[in-house]
Write a protein that binds this ligand. Structure first.
Ligand code: FES
Length: 267
């Protein structure tokens, strides 16, 4: 259940514009799951500028010491404020919120495709999946090198391909993989290879991904492909109604009904 927490920051590291912030919260570390997010207050204690909390996805946990890590991009005044926080500073957060990814325990080949603010959730999912065994491929893209997660944030056995040529270039990586005969079996035909696929992409790219799956898979079963809609959740708690998304069952909110949906549910 979501609630307010004021944990202390353990450390913050910057990789270009990407920041990896770790804080102490055994309670959160034991319950949060990949795909869930936190609302982080990004203003000084007496200030309300900016007023809205920032939506940041949990990117990892260490349950042995109760540490929780977030991955975010420093790109506006809220995240500028967060980036100057240091070890020992106290955060003001609300969460965890949102529906998580549903990893099938039978999955042995997991394909992750992501760009943008949902990449942190895919890192967390890669670690959870690696703990259960099986093979994992992550295709990530961004608009610049310094927006791509460094490989050492991933479990060592993950096959990681990254492109800085735009948010849609993760989908181009699928094409490249398909034509590269020297790539591993997983990378030669990632969609065919995968038992399960989890994406964190802008909606327009999810349409392209759906087309790719339809043209590759003879049978597309429910649960095979899940999509995290990471953008556009200003309030994050179901109040503003500005995060509506059209699904097979009508309009749904990304924040309360998602942000993870079965890809076939999305219109
Ligand atoms: S973000 Fe406000 S209702 Fe979803």
């Amino acid at each position: 259940m979501a609630h307010f927490l004021t944990p202390a920051i353990i450390e913050q590291r910057a990789f270009g514009k990407l920041h990896w912030l770790t804080f102490q919260s055994p309670e959160l570390a034991s319950g949060v799951r990949p795909g869930q997010y936190l609302l982080v207050r990004c203003a000084a204690p007496q200030s309300y500028d900016p007023l809205l909390r920032r939506t940041i996805f949990v990117a990892g946990v260490d349950r042995s010491n109760g540490a929780v890590s977030l991955l975010y991009v420093r790109n506006e005044r809220g995240t500028d404020w967060l980036a100057q926080c240091d070890g020992g500073d106290q955060l003001d957060i609300f969460g965890p919120l949102g529906t998580p990814f549903n990893l099938d325990p039978r999955t042995r080949s997991l394909l992750l495709i992501g760009a943008g603010p949902g990449l942190g959730a895919l890192l967390f999912l890669a670690h959870e999946a690696a703990a259960h065994g099986g093979a994992i491929v992550l295709l990530a893209s961004a608009t610049a090198d310094d927006l791509l997660p460094p490989p050492f944030l991933l479990p060592p056995d993950v096959e990681y391909q990254a492109s800085p040529d735009g948010d849609d270039s993760a989908l181009e990586l699928l094409e490249v993989c398909d034509t590269n005969s020297s790539a591993s079996a997983a990378l030669q035909s990632p969609i065919s290879w995968a038992d399960q696929l989890c994406a964190a992409l802008p909606p327009a790219h999810l349409i392209t991904l759906s087309d790719r799956i339809r043209s590759t898979k003879l049978r597309w079963q429910d649960g095979f492909a899940q999509a995290l809609l990471a953008d556009g959740m200003p309030c994050g708690i179901g109040v503003c109604q500005s995060c509506l998304v059209e699904t097979r069952h009508g309009l749904r909110t990304r924040c309360k009904d998602g942000p993870v949906f079965d890809l076939r549910e999305l219109r």
